[in-house]
Design a protein around this ligand. Structure first.
Ligand code: SAM
Length: 204
């Protein structure tokens, strides 16, 4: 896994561009009062750099040390501080201390997808927000990037079922057609799932 992603990130140019993901950019103001944010599967750091520049305390988790090295270099160049967590999501033991968790395009095999949502929501403090954009299974019909294997794509109903089992309130969960313009790798019409959930204590 690490070798595969390291090979993809070897080039000079950022794979998904410099600009933050559009959904994150459109919604970051909701994160500002939440103080600290963890970016999962953050790669070269386009969201992390953007959010740190907006004044949030940012931590970035990823398995690719090549991507994280580039992230660190870019942060340094912009006088931004970003904490780095170099690990596989599978090995990470979250503690509930983040105001927000952000995740764009972290594509895991079906049997591990539930874990992503469980860990992201668990990592939040009460009232914290989890914001994500992921390719849907319909992305196999488009040529704008993302995995070609349906087993690495997300199903809206599966996500909805998973979220029902977690201590959270769904503020947004939608499958949308968007036009991507993210570096060389995400370009054109795409089918994505966008979600924002808030951690709450459920009273039965
Ligand atoms: C498609 S890239 C997206 C990068 C970044 N979120 C963005 O949108 O620019 C997926 C990222 O997830 C990381 N990744 C994939 N599987 C992972 C895992 N199991 N644990 C931690 N990171 C992982 C890869 O190293 C890569 O940086």
């Amino acid at each position: 896994m690490q070798a595969l992603w390291n090979a993809k990130f070897r080039g000079e140019e950022p794979l998904y561009g410099d600009a933050p993901n559009q959904f994150v950019k459109e919604n970051f103001e909701q994160l500002l009062p939440l103080q600290n944010v963890l970016c999962l599967g953050e790669g070269e750091g386009r969201n992390a750099l953007f959010l740190a520049d907006k004044g949030l305390e940012v931590e970035a988790l990823d398995i690719s040390d090549v991507a994280l090295f580039k992230l660190r270099k870019r942060a340094h160049a912009h006088y931004l501080e970003i904490k780095i967590c170099h690990t596989l999501l599978e090995h990470w033991n979250p503690s509930a201390r983040y105001g927000a968790v952000v995740c764009t395009y972290l594509h895991l095999p079906k049997e591990k997808q539930k874990m992503l949502f469980e860990k992201a929501v668990f990592a939040l403090r009460e009232g914290g927000l989890f914001m994500a954009e992921l390719f849907s299974e319909s992305q196999v019909n488009f040529h704008s990037g993302g995995p070609k294997n349906i087993g690495l794509l997300y199903d809206l109903n599966d996500i909805s079922d998973t979220l029902k089992s977690l201590s959270c309130r769904v503020l947004k969960l939608a499958q949308e057609i968007v036009i991507l313009n993210e570096g060389r790798n995400h370009v054109g019409r795409a089918s994505v799932i966008r979600l924002i959930v808030q951690k709450v204590t459920l009273v039965c």
